[in-house]
Design a protein around this ligand. Sequence first.
Ligand SMILES: O=C(O)CCC(=O)C(=O)O
Ligand SMILES: [Fe+2]
Length: 436
Amino acid sequence: MPSKITSAMNIPVVDFSPWKDPQDRTGHPQVAQEIVDTFKNVGFVYLVNHSLPGIVLDETFDWTKCFFSLFEEDKMKAPHPEGWAVYRGYSWPGLEKISHVSAGNNDELLKEMKQVPDVKEIYDMGSERNFHQPNQWLPEDTLPGFRDFMNQFYWECGQVADEVLRAIAVGLDLEDKAYLAKKHSGENHHQRLLHYLPVPAEDLEKERASRCMAHTDWSTLTLLFQDDCGGLELEDVPKPGTFIPAAPIKNAVVVNARDVLQMWSNNKLKSTNHRVTLLPLSDRFDGENGMTHERFSIPFRASIARSVLPARHVNPTMSIPNEALQKLLQEIETQAITSQQQLNITKAQITAKQKNARLLELTSKELSTLPKETKVYEGVGKMFVGVPMQAVDKRMSSENTTLKTDISGLEKKLDYFETTHTKARENLEAILKPRK
Ligand SMILES: O=C(O)CCC(=O)C(=O)O
Ligand SMILES: [Fe+2]
């Protein structure tokens, strides 16, 4: 039965309080069913009354704001280490996208993606006991207390993720109710602090800058805490290409199923495409320059234990050692994310060029109805200059040919990115899907 309470746009809101009491399980099955139902239909759910009190969430946002308000040179005391498959330390605006693309050594694409910079800065951390990806901390005196607080928050989020995983197992009626939770040691999760910078709203509208392009998440679950700015949107499962807002609800955590959970559930649970964009509201920006509000969010990404993969889920014909497998997985994941971003950029480029071509065709049609000697004018800077109609016609026809060639080239590129993306996802599936 679908959850009765829903957010403004029909993303169910589930009261998670029965799962906070391990002694009394009477309320568990209903909540578990509600979560699984919404993961099947929407892929996202808001959980309220989870075990993280509002006061702790407020404090976490305060620390996040303190971190990002440090001077650049201070934030750079905990820099993101070199390498594209690393999720630790401080990434300055634009670094993440650029480092993803560099991994592919694709200079042309790098140039294109740099034209649409990501306007966010990031701080990534994980477990202190994860020696494969050591945390990058600021010196304690730069922001005293930050490290302790964030470490504690990490484990508290891990606890909520554990409870949700147990609820999903109950909702799916798995024989072992701890089956999913046991695949997570807690050491491999990833906690991210995000600061979306204020930018001219027009840059986002005209796609000269992006906050976070449409994507699905890797691994099993994301717990997302967002401030009151808004902008998160998810794809409407029955209407691909249409996005609905996941508006902020004070103290709720937005939980979504990720790719591995979708694979493990044989596609029953949906890993839904989502993005962060400009709010479609009149108050979406401030001041004379139409600057967007800054936005803070904190995604906690629950990830499977390193030991889970080779032991249980690897195709037996692939005798790849653990380390190499982890690296391979990260490479394929990066390829999947990058090709998805490339796909989105190419689609936007095709749409823009098609719009221009249509405009030229309409203008040309209009001109053809006028007598040949009609005077026509073209804009040059702030002036209008009279030009012979044949010259305008010739220019438009040549522009149209160029546009058609560009569109055909872009369509080929789109096809290539689509194939790369599908292949990357198939490879991930081949490695991670449990054998029958
Ligand atoms: O900032 C947000 O609200 C979403 C971020 C996100 O989707 C991600 O980090 O995977
Ligand atoms: Fe995401």
